[in-house]
Design a protein around this ligand. Structure first.
Ligand SMILES: Cc1cc2nc3c(=O)[nH]c(=O)nc-3n(C[C@H](O)[C@H](O)[C@H](O)COP(=O)(O)OP(=O)(O)OC[C@H]3O[C@@H](n4cnc5c(N)ncnc54)[C@H](O)[C@@H]3O)c2cc1C
Length: 478
């Protein structure tokens, strides 16, 4: 059995606290319950120690401490991962939420940002210079977990996955040493970090390439009734196949939230939403999006020129922390009619007003790198679908999870074999190999080099190649 905190020498904890720049949070301390809360309220883990680090040196000390005491180690960036891998029971959590500093080099242009930053922190720093790099669509997400799994959002068709824009990383390895990873330093580690998740160390700094973006861009929502959904989806499929890479349109099917631009009688009824962003000149964008308004008779729209950072926050009110969430995801290379029929059946039986199914459009620049160019392998994905089960009461767990699983099964025949690692739930260990795809073998070799004992295993785990049983697994089994 791995030791628990009660078995960890209090003297050792006192030593860890001494000179630690951040906070050591223990069960019973006033900050403990908020420090162990993450985005998905279904996760209820009780770590033995939360080491809220303020510096890379704090991270090094926390990693050494976990290794010396044999405590399991988890790493928390933004705490958004649906599987709850930011936390562990009875172990030590390296919590990076104090480490958010960003430095922009406009001449690069590039930004270096610490591993606990959120997308909002990154966008605020870079947009001050009219620059951005592609990230996700919910500003409270952590840049660390998002990047390490791949990362995509409104700018990805034009500028690629988040990992396509990563230039360098500072990493605390399982040995507790600090290394720089880039195309020229530890290139094998740099390859693995770009899609291999948190398997290879704690990333304390990321350096991203930046692009001129905004600061004001055409973006917004066009909403159609569910009755028109099949026709809207078919027209969307034809439209996005021809759309320039500067234009991204996603589709979301759900019950209409009480948005002020929708008539009150629509609220709570099924809708299909087209969500869009155009990165180029807004006047040109208006011409390009005109066909989206002719897919039928829209119920309403909210489209206009607004700050890029405002659009990056637009979905935050629907994605607040504290709800119960269960996801299932597929990648698609095409969206056949049969898939649309399964979507419409599922939407007709939504188990809660917060559940939704979305199709995020990739394609464009995300498909250009070779699958083996870096760890993220899904270069054929034109769409990422997520069935987002979301509800409030624990009593609804079974109903909502069953709905998500049923739709996932029904839509599987239309999907490609890959899945986005960042959308996997805790019960999907059987899909981890599909998430790393053809790069799994090379990832396992890099894992053997940098983490042969699988210290970083609270994640979508890659076993070190050749390792039958690691030192930690031996301990757990003892
Ligand atoms: C509401 C919502 C919207 C989302 N939208 C998008 C989207 O538009 N596009 C997209 O690509 N993804 C999206 N995601 C998925 C998101 O990319 C993953 O949930 C991601 O894991 C979140 O990263 P995090 O740092 O917040 O999570 P955490 O839970 O803190 O960490 C996730 C994993 O990464 C590891 N990790 C975290 N920080 C570090 C670090 N510094 N060094 C090493 N390992 C680390 C953790 O151990 C854990 O295994 C969304 C998620 C949510 C909840």
């Amino acid at each position: 059995m791995a030791p628990t905190r009660t078995q960890v020498d209090t003297q050792k904890i006192a030593e860890l606290k001494s000179g630690f720049k951040g906070d050591i949070i223990l069960p019973g301390s006033p900050a403990y319950d908020s420090a162990r809360s993450i985005w998905n309220a279904m996760i209820d883990k009780r770590p033995a120690i939360i080491a809220r680090c303020a510096t890379t040196t704090d991270v090094v000390r926390a990693v050494h401490f976990a290794r010396d005491t044999g405590l399991q180690l988890a790493v928390r960036g933004g705490g958004h991962n649906i599987a709850g891998s930011a936390l562990c029971d009875d172990g030590l959590v390296v919590d990076l939420s104090l480490m958010k500093a960003a430095r922009v080099e406009p001449a690069g242009p590039r930004v270096t940002i610490e591993g606990g930053a959120t997308l909002a922190d990154l966008d605020a720093a870079t947009q001050a210079h009219g620059l951005a790099t592609p990230v996700g669509i919910n500003s409270t997400t952590g840049i660390a977990g998002l990047t390490l799994g791949g990362g995509f959002g409104w700018l990805s068709r034009k500028y690629g996955m988040t990992v396509d824009n990563l230039e360098a990383a500072e990493v605390v390895t399982a040995a507790g040493t600090v290394v720089q990873a880039s195309a020229t330093e530890h290139p094998d580690l740099f390859w693995a970090l770009r899609g291999g998740g948190g398997n290879f160390g704690v990333v304390t700094r990321f350096t991203f390439r930046l692009h001129p973006v905004g600061p004001n861009l055409l973006s917004g929502l066009i909403v159609y009734p569910l009755a028109a959904a099949k026709s809207v989806l078919q027209q969307y499929r034809a439209f996005i196949a021809r759309a320039p890479e500067e234009l991204t349109v996603w589709t979301v099917l759900r019950q209409a939230p009480p948005l002020p631009f929708l008539p009150a009688h629509v609220h709570g009824h099924g809708v299909v939403v087209l969500a869009l962003l155009y990165t180029g000149d807004p006047t040109q964008g208006e011409r390009l999006i005109a066909p989206l308004r002719r897919f039928g008779s829209p119920l309403g729209e909210h489209v206009g020129v607004q700050p890029y950072v405002a659009w990056q926050r637009a979905f935050d009110p629907l994605l607040t922390a504290g709800a119960r969430n269960y996801w299932k995801s597929h990648n698609f290379t095409t969206l056949p009619d049969g898939l649309f029929d399964t979507v419409l059946t599922a939407i007709a039986t939504l188990p809660s007003p917060q559940c939704e199914i979305f199709f995020g459009a990739l394609g464009g620049a995300t498909t250009r790198p070779a699958p083996e160019a870096m760890a993220y392998p899904h270069r054929d994905a034109q769409f990422v679908m997520n069935v987002h089960g979301r509800w409030d009461a624990a009593a609804e767990d079974h109903r909502c999870i069953t709905w998500a699983r049923d739709f996932f099964q029904a839509s599987a025949p239309f999907a490609s074999s890959g899945v986005y690692v960042n959308f996997l739930t805790a019960d999907e260990t059987d899909r981890v190999r599909a998430a790393y795809g053809s790069n799994y073998g090379r990832l396992a070799q890099v894992k053997r080099t940098y983490d042969p004992e699988n210290v970083f295993r609270v994640n979508q785990n890659i076993a070190p190649s050749g390792a039958s049983t690691t030192r930690h697994e031996q301990r757990s089994a003892a």
